[in-house]
Design a protein around this ligand. Structure first.
Ligand code: IMP
Length: 179
């Protein structure tokens, strides 16, 4: 499919599943090397990260634990900047190596909020792995953001776990909004 329509918006094909998988494989290899013998806790940030998280985990061969946290701050295509809710963060992060897995980092506000919560438990280390990053939208640098799939322009994207008003998460590829 070269384009899709979701409600009032048109989207065109932006990143194919094959490209995403190739990149994910490389990130997996990097994590296997960086975290050898460290048994990290890999925490997926729901809802958007579930597809990426599943594909990434298939590439991880080291011993690791898995958890999910849910944070919602989005309405429509614009960040409200207000974190409405966050739940599910495990309480055993002390002295552990933590890898947060995000679908996309836009303003970075969600990540900032989660990182503050994680740091309260004094983990041994915290790194972030995000499939997508919109560098032009980022409000402040995030030093923990070490593993990035693709840097993309400041356009709204859907598919591969990412939604527009709750729709489009099931699309295999990633599509970008056409204005
Ligand atoms: P941030 O707090 O502005 O960095 O936004 C992070 C969250 O906003 C992501 O985890 C997504 O759920 C959502 N988000 C940001 N940009 C997009 C987009 O282009 N498409 C779909 N969701 C997005």
């Amino acid at each position: 499919m070269n384009s899709v329509q979701i409600e009032d918006k048109n989207f065109e094909l932006f990143l194919e599943n094959d490209q995403i998988n190739k990149r994910t494989r490389l990130i997996g290899i990097q994590l296997n090397v960086d975290y050898e013998d460290r048994c990290p806790i890999i925490i997926g940030v729901l809802n958007g990260s579930f597809v990426f998280m599943a594909d990434l985990l298939k590439e991880i061969e080291i011993s690791c634990e898995i958890a999910f946290i849910r944070v919602s701050s989005y309405k429509d295509t614009e960040s409200t900047g207000i974190i409405k809710e966050a739940f599910g963060l495990p309480d055993n992060l002390h002295n552990r190596d933590i890898i947060l897995v995000e679908d996309i980092v836009d303003t970075g506000l969600t990540l900032k909020y989660i990182l503050e919560k994680v740091r309260l438990q004094a983990p041994a280390s915290v790194k972030v792995c995000s499939l997508l990053l919109k560098p032009d939208a980022l409000l402040a640098p995030v030093p923990e953001l070490e593993y990035i799939g693709f840097e993309i322009p400041n356009e709204f994207v859907v598919g591969y776990g990412l939604d527009y008003n709750g729709l489009g998460r099931n699309l295999k590829d990633i599509y970008s909004a056409v204005n």
